[in-house]
Structures are given as structure tokens and as C-alpha cells.
Design a protein around this ligand. Structure first.
Ligand code: UDP
Length: 245
């Protein structure tokens, strides 16, 4: 698979359809692995933490979530096939899983959210088997490992604990868990449960979902100021090859 390097993170240049097909063939073949969906915040975390960068780059699919990554690829002259937002990948994967009666476990978010998300997804995608759910506020990761194994395992586990917790969990515990594919998906369960709304389509189409989220939640301004800073770092990388600190 072709990759595009953005500040050391190797994104896969795949369309949404290719990403879902790759994921489905790995699940059918029972090839264990995890999927990550880095946004600029995650790339920035990777730059500061080499161990975390290694975890992200060992994913079987590194999908470009967020318009900031697409801007960065254009600035760096790296080729990507457009955005593959985690939450949209998740839903397309569920649609494909439902057709084959596959088992999904939902891990993460506040108590009650994963159950609600599971309920909504099963109603929307008949055929999908909800293997189980667990909230993301456990103190010992072993609790989450046991929760998944005790329900008989799953084909896919959505790990929605926020970054970098979800990527560390997948890399550290995947081998102990009876499941094939793990997907780190941030706040997706809040969206599936209906407690967090995605932006209206026009905002998504214009690449302005971040602006809509800012309007709804002005306290995100601190997080968002990281985006212009990220793009400045990318421009510097393009001009000076990252030599200047
Ligand atoms: N979360 C969790 N356990 C934690 C911290 C966070 O389950 O210890 C959940 C949180 O409730 C939210 C998700 O992880 O559902 C992270 O959402 P965020 O908006 O940070 O992710 P984004 O989609 O912006 O990457």
C-alpha cells in the first residue's frame, strides 16, 4: 500500500472503499492488527514521543482523519486519496460487517454511551452482532481485556478512549484479546449514541467541520489553535526539511 509521510507518520493512501475492503479481508483471514485515524493533534503527539510514533506506524491502516492532514499532505507534496474520517470508516465497516453477521465489541466513552451506541447501530444495521460493551473509564486495562474475552471475543473492537490512550491500549493488549481487528476511533461512540452531533453536511463538504465544532463548543479553542501551529511546522518541514527547531 502506498504511504504518505507527514512529519514521520506514515499515512496509507487509500480511499474509504479501499480502507473498508482491506479491513474486511483482514477480518475474514483472522489477521490481527489495529487501525488508527490520526488527526493533527495525534501527529503532533507522535513528534514528541518516538515510542508513540512507533505504535501509530505499526498500525495495519493509518487513515487520514481531518482536513488538517490533507492540507499537510498538499504542502509536503505527498499524495493521499482524500480524507478517511474515523467515524465514517467505522460506519462503513459496520455496514459491511452486518452483511456477514460479524461480531462487534464497543469499548470506550462515558458509562451508558457504548450501550446506547450499540443499540442504535444494531437497529440501523440488521445482521450486526453486538458482542458486548464497556465504558472507557476503567482504572486497570485488564478489566477491559476481560470484558471482551468474557463475552466470547469479537471480530472487531472499536476502542474509543481518546488519544494516546486508545492506541497504547490496542498495541499493548491486542495479543491478549480474542478479537481480530481493533479500531481507535476517538469520540465516535458519542456520535453513534446521538450525544455528539456531526456537523451539517455542508460544513463537512467544505472541510469546515472543525469550525462547526468550535461554534458548538467554544472551549475547544485551545485545542484548535494547535491546527495553525501544526501547519506552520509542516511548512517549515517543507522549506527547511525540519532541520530548524
Ligand atoms: N474517553 C474514555 N476514557 C478516557 C478518556 C476519554 O473513554 O479515559 C472517551 C471520551 O468519553 C470520548 C472519547 O474518549 O468519548 C474521546 O473523545 P475526543 O473528543 O477526545 O476524541 P476525538 O474524536 O476528538 O479524537
Amino acid at each position: 500500500m502506498k504511504t504518505a509521510s507527514i512529519l514521520g507518520v506514515h499515512f496509507h493512501a487509500v480511499t474509504m472503499q479501499q480502507a473498508v475492503e482491506t479491513a474486511m479481508s483482514r477480518i475474514r483471514a483472522r489477521q490481527k492488527g489495529y487501525v488508527v485515524t490520526p488527526n493533527p493533534e495525534i501527529v503532533d503527539l507522535c513528534r514528541r514521543d518516538g515510542e508513540y510514533m512507533g505504535i501509530v506506524n505499526r498500525a495495519v491502516l493509518v487513515l487520514p482523519d481531518g482536513i488538517g492532514i490533507i492540507y499537510a499532505s498538499k504542502i509536503l507534496g505527498e499524495e493521499l486519496c482524500g480524507r478517511v474520517p474515523g467515524v465514517e470508516f467505522a460506519e462503513q465497516l459496520i455496514a459491511a460487517m452486518a452483511k456477514e453477521g460479524m461480531r462487534l465489541f464497543l469499548l470506550g466513552a462515558k458509562p451508558g454511551i457504548a450501550e446506547q451506541a450499540g443499540h442504535n447501530l444494531c437497529a440501523k444495521y440488521p445482521g450486526l452482532v453486538l458482542a458486548g460493551t464497556k465504558d472507557g473509564y476503567f482504572t486497570d486495562p485488564q478489566e477491559a481485556v476481560d470484558a471482551i474475552n468474557d463475552c466470547g471475543g469479537a471480530d472487531v473492537v472499536f476502542v474509543c478512549l481518546g488519544a494516546p490512550k486508545q492506541e497504547r491500549f490496542m498495541a499493548g493488549y491486542m495479543d491478549e484479546i480474542h478479537a481480530t481487528l481493533f479500531c481507535g476511533l476517538g469520540g465516535s461512540l458519542d456520535v453513534f449514541a446521538g450525544v455528539a452531533k456531526r456537523a451539517p453536511k455542508i460544513f463537512i463538504k467544505l472541510g469546515l467541520e472543525w469550525f462547526y465544532r468550535l461554534l458548538c463548543q467554544p472551549s475547544r479553542i485551545g485545542r484548535m489553535m494547535k491546527l495553525p501551529k501544526f501547519l506552520l511546522i509542516v511548512i517549515r518541514e517543507r522549506l527547511f526539511g525540519g532541520k530548524r527547531k
